[in-house]
Design a protein around this ligand. Sequence first.
Ligand code: HXC
Length: 260
Amino acid sequence: ASFEMIKTEKKGAKQNVAVVTLNRPKALNALCKQLVVELSQAVEDFSKDDSVGAIIITGSDKAFAAGADIKEMLNKTYSGNFKDGLLVELEKIKKCKKPVVAAVNGYALGGGCELAMLCDIIYAGDKAKFGQPEVTIGTIPGAGGTQRIARSCGKSKAMEICLTGNQFTAQEAEQMGLVSKVIPADQLLDETVKLCEKIASHSPLIISMCKESVNVAFESTLEQGLRFEQRAFYATFATEDRKEGMGAFVEKRSPNFKNN
Ligand code: HXC
């Protein structure tokens, strides 16, 4: 597919890391409908591409994404939002079975912060700025901000971030557990590609089972989550890749995973 507001490419020594770059510089990658449709289409395309082991979503040095497009939202109505499913496209990205990693430089505000948080891992450049400024424009986060910050950082941080609208730094985001690593801005993409190459060196099948299992931690009680994990662990014993992985260890050689 050809896109206007994003760029897509493959990176890494084995070209198995997909990179989707938000590219709407004049609006700081504000998430208008077209951009979000293109983004979710690209993620879906890469999720069907067997050569791709992980997907990176990134933006520019100035902005990962400055939020939903305020000019586009200005005259929206409740029924209009409800009917055109404003947030459906973002939910599709969340459902991707392959690991999706956000590489955040610059502003990740509002829907931009939420987009980063619906990815599986966030790496941030040292100049990145996060925030949920919705209250400053008379609305509230709508793509998971109130829920995901509360779950990953606790109530007090979530309340402070969502109720003040204040921006916070990459370092603060790391301290509160929202971001897994802060990296000098100019090395961010390379380091994120390395992370994804490491992930992509494992069995894609097992990786997606593992991703699914971690995600259950956000959707269930501990007891249900533990049971899910246990079943998924047992299920890996029905795969060729589990046999190959353990066999390779015992035979002191590298595994050759077949995604099976
Ligand atoms: C539409 C936006 C935009 C946005 C920036 N622009 N953010 N357009 N929607 N969210 C546009 C500006 O209008 C301007 O274009 C151009 O991008 C550059 O922005 P400036 O403001 O001139 O840049 P700067 O002074 O550097 O300030 C950067 C900024 C500021 C701090 C990021 O742009 C800002 O506060 N943006 C809004 C952030 C925000 O409130 N986001 C939450 C939105 S609500 P023109 O052509 O006008 O000069 C939301 C709800 C999510 O996200 C719900 C679920 C998806």
